[in-house]
Write a protein that binds this ligand. Structure first.
Ligand code: G3H
Ligand code: 13P
Ligand code: ZN
Length: 326
């Protein structure tokens, strides 16, 4: 069942973060649904309520262009039927104004992100306000971004600019956004830190104090880039030197400080890459895509269970269902 992110955030606030996972293909969709329902091997496996979690499916502009955006909607609608117990939001990740309107008008997305974070402050407010007005008319909620992460955001290469707490309060008031992505030290991709850096909790603390009570904050660039998966890629012919990510032990602390949504894309790509590299290394005679695909779906589902455990969303699905009366 598709719900808005606001409905999920109300229950998560201050307790846990909801995982927001990017998808591009069918195997990712299936692995994601299975993992969030505590299944790994097959659709028929019983749901494990102690592991089941509410979640957010994110679709980037890159994903919409990978084949044809209509495939994504069909896959997710089908997954909704195959996994009727799931409760999730469908979210546009890093939208432009034009793509936000397309998603709002489509009637499929329950939330959109307008990313005008690279624009001057006043322009970011004005752009976000226009999207908010149009989205709210249709009951769709809006994530905006203030500050700049490092790394590559869609087609924009950013230099880091941490979110200013006072600006955050003004931005939320004037733009009317429903949640705010903040820059507190993370960056997109597999190479986040050159040394032992971590999140800027001092900055997050000030942001939480400055914004309205219980206002949901979002953390992009939050993959943990697990050493295990990077090593597996490298041992199977990959070349990912000095890859590093967010310390998973920091998710919980961030959640307690108002971060309700934690974005994970890179980790899923690592699981995909390691699984396929190892499979074809170990089975050089193989050329069938399905055995590797099946293994990936199981590995990804297991990874989602692990990630949700670190986010604290594991085991929260039934509580969410009860409150939503669904
Ligand atoms: O923030 C960026 C996301 O990881 C999406 O990446 O544009 O390559 O799909 P993508
Ligand atoms: P990662 O690259 O850390 O997975 O971040 C994903 C993200 O922020 C998507 O918007
Ligand atoms: Zn992002």
């Amino acid at each position: 069942m598709i719900v808005t992110t606001t409905e999920l955030f109300k229950q998560a606030y201050g307790k846990y973060a909801v995982g927001a996972y990017n998808i591009n293909n069918l195997e990712q969709v299936i692995g994601l649904f299975r993992g969030n329902l505590g299944k790994s091997k097959s659709n028929d496996e019983p749901e494990d309520a102690s592991k089941a979690a509410p979640f957010i499916i994110q679709i980037s502009r890159g994903a919409r262009d990978y084949t044809d955006k209509r495939f994504l909607e069909s896959m997710i609608r089908t997954a909704e039927q195959v996994f009727p117990e799931a409760i999730f939001a469908v979210h546009l990740d890093h939208g432009t104004e034009e793509v936000c309107y397309d998603c709002i008008d489509s009637g499929f997305y329950s939330s959109v992100m307008i990313d005008a974070s690279h624009c001057p402050f006043e322009e970011n407010i004005a752009t976000t306000r226009r999207v908010v007005d149009r989205a709210h008319e249709k009951g769709i909620v809006v994530e905006a971004e203030l500050g700049q992460l490092g790394g590559v955001e869609e087609d924009i290469v950013g230099s880091v600019k941490l979110t200013d707490p006072d600006q955050a309060a003004e931005f939320i008031e004037k733009s009317g956004c429903d949640s705010l992505a903040v820059a507190i030290g993370t960056s997109h991709g597999a190479f986040k830190f050159s040394g032992k850096q971590g999140l800027h909790f001092d900055c997050l603390e000030k942001i939480q104090a400055a914004v309205p009570a219980n206002f949901p904050l979002v953390m992009h660039g939050s993959s943990s880039v697990p050493k295990e998966w990077v090593d597996r890629i490298n041992n199977a012919g990959g070349a990912m030197k000095n890859a590093s990510g967010v310390n998973e032990d920091e998710y919980n602390k961030a959640a307690k400080m108002g971060v309700c949504k934690i974005n994970i894309d890179t980790d899923g790509r690592l699981v995909w890459c390691a699984t396929h590299r190892e499979f074809f290394r170990d089975h050089p005679e193989q050329f069938d895509l399905r055995p590797a695909g099946k293994l990936f779906m199981a590995n990804y589902a297991d990874y989602i269970v692990h990630k949700n455990t670190m986010l604290g969303s594991n085991g929260q699905l039934e509580a969410v269902r009860e409150v939503l009366g669904k």
